[in-house]
Design a protein around this ligand. Structure first.
Ligand code: GCU
Length: 610
């Protein structure tokens, strides 16, 4: 208990020191000026645009964010020197990763400057924010030559106020995106996915009233009440009237904010409320209003909880028939970008193709469009932050970054009924610093959201044929999860997998958060003696691992690794991999492998017998 209290106190202090930037929740639901489209770009491998050769301020000759036509300036003044020109630089369509800007950028890891000009008309009494869906990894933002702010973390949104900087007419937005990570970053440099640097999600200019709704959250509490929390930002945030309505339910909650601009209220859930579930993903229009500001959203209401070994959705035990998905990567030459149609297609393949009711969106917060599609289609979601493998757990700055990333992710997505689990880490090595680090994240998740479950993808220990989940943070988690690759990363003959016995040190539900084997689509082998990377081996791996899983009494879910092959610099077998992790049940172009049907049949049977 003392450790827990210390973790909560530590997390709260750290978060308090991080606050101040606007959340601009559900910004994707606000009217905005879309700044996607044509941008120019310029590489800056030695970061001369940030620091000059002595580490001091960059020389004018390298300042990509300069707010004038540099070539024109050189034409006017023969003594002038600029060694870039963002107005005449090559053009690309954003959002996308800069790995696909040009063939020579395929493996670029570093800083790229991006610029676009846009016309805007500041509105009297209104505030203006530049909002980014995500920039991987470190973003430096300038408007009209002035520094606006910077952000670290490649998968969460951020917004900067530019009310005072926005010009009436032509504006120049410059964004430096630096994909190079250090050991202190989250994730650290070594992962098992491609490092898609750049402006990978939508950019927009959002106008709000002087006082606006910065954060708004509505949910069904575990005791069946509708709860709302609103936080206003602005000069009139204190003691301000707030109104939250769900017209289809005839439900309205009203009140006044406290001195800090926040307000929370609850009301009994109307009897007519249809709870959200994968079978019936009921969504309701919700309106948050205060003063001149209105924020609309579409939200589902459901409860998720645990009781002993069971996971309870709306009070009923559920088995999570899942699959893992990496985000925003499509086709044989992918960039990192997604459209609502592509998100729906991917999730429909999981739901209708595999008969899944659950997806693990690995290993970082996926784009809003994925979560909204999961809400609409009816898929339960595991959402995680990239506290992955060898994070620098001893570094307070790394913890600060992870806590901020987690807060950005939870505040962005806590209105999404589909999300049931927040995960705080993947395959992180046990140790005192790591345990404390993850406990801070667990505490922060519970502080920000008392309606969802918290988990982490753990590694189980193994003695002989007994696999035990005895991770020291297991007691702190609501749901346990373990990644298992017996028979792929171990030499266990596939036929012996069903005899592996699973045990757990604490009585909690378990999810196999990963299990999988590689296969090159189209490579076939003798089914009696299949070799690794053949479709036959992968299919047999699934048959035997599912047999192993079905014997684990406290198992309440699976999310095999992974729906589609994905790029990874770690995977360099010239015949079977060529830079792709081949554990997909489909190839990168959607060609199903034999194992796809093995899992689909298993899930169809579970679905029919639930
Ligand atoms: C790990 C890891 C994944 C990785 C997978 C694999 O468990 O979490 O990110 O891709 O195993 O080895 O294929």
């Amino acid at each position: 208990m003392l450790l827990k209290r210390a973790a909560v106190f530590f997390a709260t202090c750290l978060i308090a020191s991080i606050a101040g930037a606007q959340t601009l929740v559900s910004a994707d639901m606000r009217p905005a000026i879309d700044l996607d489209g044509a941008w120019t770009w310029s590489t800056d491998q030695y970061r001369t645009g940030l620091k000059n050769f002595h580490g001091a301020d960059p020389s004018p000759a390298a300042r990509r964010y300069s707010d004038f036509d540099v070539t024109e300036a050189m034409r006017r003044d023969p003594r002038a020197l600029y060694e870039f020109d963002m107005d005449r630089a090559p053009t690309v369509h954003l959002p996308q990763s800069f790995l696909t800007y040009a063939p020579e950028m395929r493996h670029y890891n570093g800083l790229v400057w991006n610029q676009r000009r846009f016309t805007a008309h500041p509105r009297p009494g209104k505030r203006a924010f530049l909002r980014f869906g995500a920039v991987d990894y470190h973003a430096y933002v300038y408007l009209n030559g002035k520094f606006v702010g910077e952000h670290q973390g490649g998968f969460t949104p951020f917004a900067f106020e530019v009310t005072k900087l926005l010009r009436d007419g032509d504006n120049r937005l410059t964004v430096g995106a630096d994909s190079e990570r250090t050991a202190a970053d989250v994730p650290p440099p070594s992962t098992d996915w491609e490092n898609y640097g750049g402006i990978t999600r939508p950019v927009s200019l959002v106008f709000t009233p002087a006082t606006f709704i910065d954060d708004a959250w509505i949910r069904l509490t575990r005791d069946g009440r509708v709860a709302v929390t609103v936080r206003l930002d602005g000069p009139a945030a204190a003691a301000a009237p707030v109104r939250v309505s769900v017209p289809a339910l005839g439900l309205t909650l009203t009140g006044r904010t406290l001195s800090d601009g926040s307000w929370t209220a609850t009301a009994p859930a109307p009897r007519s409320l249809r709870r959200w579930s994968p079978e019936s993903p009921a969504l309701y229009d919700v309106r948050f209003a205060s003063g001149d500001d209105v924020l609309d959203d579409r939200v589902g209401f459901r409860t998720i909880d645990v009781r002993g070994h069971d996971i309870l959705l709306n009070g009923k035990p559920i088995f999570l028939r899942g699959i893992c998905i990496h985000a925003e990567e499509f086709g044989a030459d992918p960039t990192r970008a997604i459209t609502p149609a592509a998100a729906r297609a991917l999730l429909t393949e999981a739901k209708q193709g595999l008969h899944a009711n659950f997806v693990r969106l690995a290993h970082y917060p996926h784009p809003e469009t994925m979560l909204r599609a999961a809400d609409e289609l009816g898929l339960l979601v595991w959402s995680e932050i990239p506290v992955y493998w060898l994070v620098d757990f001893t570094n307070p700055q790394t913890l600060k970054t992870a806590l901020k990333m987690q807060t950005e992710s939870i505040e962005r997505d806590r209105n999404r009924a589909s999300i049931i689990i927040w995960s705080v880490g993947n395959e992180t090595p046990v140790g005192d610093a790591r345990n404390a680090f993850l406990r801070s994240l667990i505490a922060n998740a519970h502080r920000l959201d008392d309606t969802r479950l918290v988990s982490a993808a753990l590694l189980a220990s193994r003695k002989g044929n007994v696999q035990t989940i005895d991770d020291p943070i297991a007691p702190d988690l609501d749901v346990l999860a373990a990644n298992t690759y017996n028979g792929w990363y171990s030499a266990d003959p596939l036929s012996t997998l069903p005899s592996i016995e699973w045990r757990e040190a604490v009585d909690k539900p378990l999810i196999f958060s990963e299990l999988g084997a590689g296969a090159l689509a189209g490579y076939h082998d003798d089914p009696a003696h299949p070799h690794k990377f053949s479709e036959e081996f992968q299919a047999e791996f699934y048959r035997q691992t599912l047999a192993e899983a079905s014997k684990v009494g406290f198992l309440r879910g699976l999310s095999p690794w992974i729906l589609k092959d994905f790029r990874s610099p770690n995977r360099q077998h010239p015949i079977y991999q060529q830079g792709w992790n081949r554990k997909g049940l489909e190839s990168e172009t959607g060609q199903r492998k034999a194992a796809f049907d093995v899992l689909a049949n298993y899930y169809r049977a579970l679905e029919q017998h639930r």
